[in-house]
Ligand binder design. Structure first.
Ligand code: URA
Length: 252
């Protein structure tokens, strides 16, 4: 971490209200570390699956045939089964370091992401970078230990930034599944309602889901508030900081 990064991380923590060297409760440093309870979600896709559209079946077969991330990117770029592609300028596949210990899954690209072809580069993305820098992680790190890998549930910008429909999500789900399998992170972090509901097949909202570890196909998963929600409601940053600390603790 550079001195500038360290100062940015400190400023972020002060902004969150972490301006005292005290935790919320006493810490018994002599007791054995408690194991973190997790909820198992083995096959979320099964319940997310819609009545299988022919294109959905096609995306499943295409995704399954991709042996590496480059093949997956090329296959998604050539995929014409999702109408969102027609209105978008770029395929927003991923950013960061493949092989990173932490993989972030957001919802869908916005205007800046569509322009640059990279996820989380607008205002939300800048906040996301600050948040993870505060726990020593960056999409620009040159080693997997300090790196992030970032993608979205949907790779094309929906018109007027509307929410992706459940059909669109279901159609692209096999690609996301394969993306996660090929990136093979140690920890998944879902940002906001849409990604959390998609990967955990839950209808429970993010306010109740955030901060609770689940497991998705054997990978620990932590839902967090979307950075856009933190920009709208800075009071949520305190919970976001708790979640970031939980990620840091889980990484050991
Ligand atoms: N919001 C997201 O969920 N993803 C992005 O890439 C940008 C904003």
């Amino acid at each position: 971490m550079t001195p500038e990064d360290a100062l940015a991380a400190l400023a972020w923590q002060v902004e969150l209200g972490a301006d005292e060297a005290l935790g919320e409760g006493p810490v018994d440093r002599f007791s054995a570390p408690a194991s973190v309870p997790t909820t198992k979600v083995e096959s979320p896709v099964a319940s997310v699956k819609p009545a299988p559209a022919p294109e959905g079946a096609a995306s499943e077969a295409l995704a399954a045939g991709c042996a590496n991330l480059e093949a997956l990117r090329a296959t998604m770029a050539a995929f014409d089964g999702c109408a969102l592609k027609k209105g978008a300028r770029s395929l927003v596949f991923a950013d960061g370091v493949p092989g990173a210990r932490v993989m972030i899954v957001g919802e869908a690209p916005g205007r800046e992401e569509d322009q640059q072809g990279l996820p989380f580069v607008g205002a939300s993305g800048q906040l996301l970078d600050k948040m993870f820098a505060a726990i020593g992680l960056s999409r620009k790190a040159d080693d997997a230990t300090h790196a992030l890998y970032i993608t979205n549930t949907i790779p094309w910008r929906p018109p007027q930034n509307r929410d992706p429909s459940s059909d669109e999500i279901a159609m692209m789900m096999p690609f996301l599944e394969r993306h996660i399998a090929l990136a093979a992170p140690e920890i998944l972090v879902t940002m906001g309602n849409s990604a959390t509901k998609t990967l955990l097949a839950t209808t429970t909202g993010i306010t109740r889901m955030r901060g609770n570890w689940s497991e998705r196909n054997g990978i620990p998963l932590l839902p967090m508030f979307h950075p856009a929600a933190l920009l709208r409601d800075p009071l949520k940053k305190r919970e976001a900081w708790a979640d970031l600390k939980a990620i840091r603790a889980r990484l050991g």
